[in-house]
Design a protein around this ligand. Structure first.
Ligand SMILES: C[S@@+](CC[C@H](N)C(=O)[O-])C[C@H]1O[C@@H](n2cnc3c(N)ncnc32)[C@H](O)[C@@H]1O
Length: 244
């Protein structure tokens, strides 16, 4: 259904062109951003970057995460977010305007793949542009999040959900880890490291439908991420992957 997908992408572009992505006043988002930035900082030494490296920041918005050294190509469907970003390339993640093997590293975080109607194609595209031996840091929202317990979405490979972002409802796709790992493997990636965040707060949000109240439970992440059964049910997952 190309017409429907195009309309969805247009709506995403308009939305992100117009908003501040991580407003400081939003405690929930601040927590996600700090966790993503922490995982990138922790894994950065494993990326083998040099001043000659080429890095694709896919679905960059206006955030660079200080990934260095190397040349960063910032790419996003929301073209206005790229104004002032070095090396900005406007375009859809599922149709990257880059040559095969063009980059050493791709960073794709901030739930970018959850906005993509054709996620297998987007992951294949990332696999195409990252050269063999290169790396990918990928973050996404998980269908096994406790927020979806008792709903038809819980644990599904792919499910379209109505959720919230900056106090607005929006429709995105969520994926389970098994499905995402299969897509990554098909695209030539092995998962080398994982971090997970957001456990109890999404459960509270699922019942209370109040993110301010749910955000009070974010501190519990610190403990729950170490409990093997529960930590599979995080709302957000981030992978460090190596391209075969
Ligand atoms: C929550 S923001 C995250 C931005 C940035 N990665 C960060 O962490 O700050 C999601 C971004 O994904 C971008 N996006 C959504 N769908 C996309 C697509 N199909 N192709 C490229 N970018 C897309 C949006 O425009 C938006 O900038």
């Amino acid at each position: 259904m190309p017409g429907v997908a195009d309309a969805y992408l247009r709506a995403v572009r308009e939305k992100y062109n117009a908003i501040e992505i991580w407003p400081e006043s939003d405690r929930w988002l601040a927590h996600v951003k700090t966790w993503i930035a922490g995982a990138i900082a922790e894994w950065q030494p494993r990326l083998g970057l040099t001043p000659n490296s080429r890095i694709l920041n896919a679905g960059s918005g206006d955030e660079s995460y200080s990934i260095a050294p190397g040349m960063v190509i910032n790419s996003d469907i929301a073209d206005r977010k790229l104004v002032g970003m070095p090396c900005g390339v406007a375009g859809d993640l599922a149709r990257l305007p880059l040559q095969t093997g063009a980059v050493d590293v791709c960073v794709c975080v901030g739930s970018v793949v959850n906005y993509v109607p054709e996620v297998p194609r987007a992951i294949d595209e990332i696999g195409r542009v990252v050269k063999p031996g290169g790396s990918l840091i990928l973050e996404f929202e998980n269908s096994a999040s406790l927020e979806y317990v008792g709903t038809p979405h819980f644990g599904r490979d792919v499910s379209q959900v109505s959720t919230f972002f900056i106090y607005e409802n929006e429709n995105i796709w969520v994926y389970n880890e098994r499905h995402m790992r299969r897509l990554l493997s098909n695209a030539g990636f092995e998962v080398e490291a994982v971090s997970r965040a957001h456990f109890i707060a999404p459960l509270v949000h699922g019942y209370a439908q109040n993110i301010h109240y749910a955000a009070r439970f974010l501190w519990l992440d610190r403990f729950i991420r170490h409990i093997p059964f529960l930590n599979r049910h995080s709302a957000n997952v981030i992978y460090l992957c190596r391209r075969r």
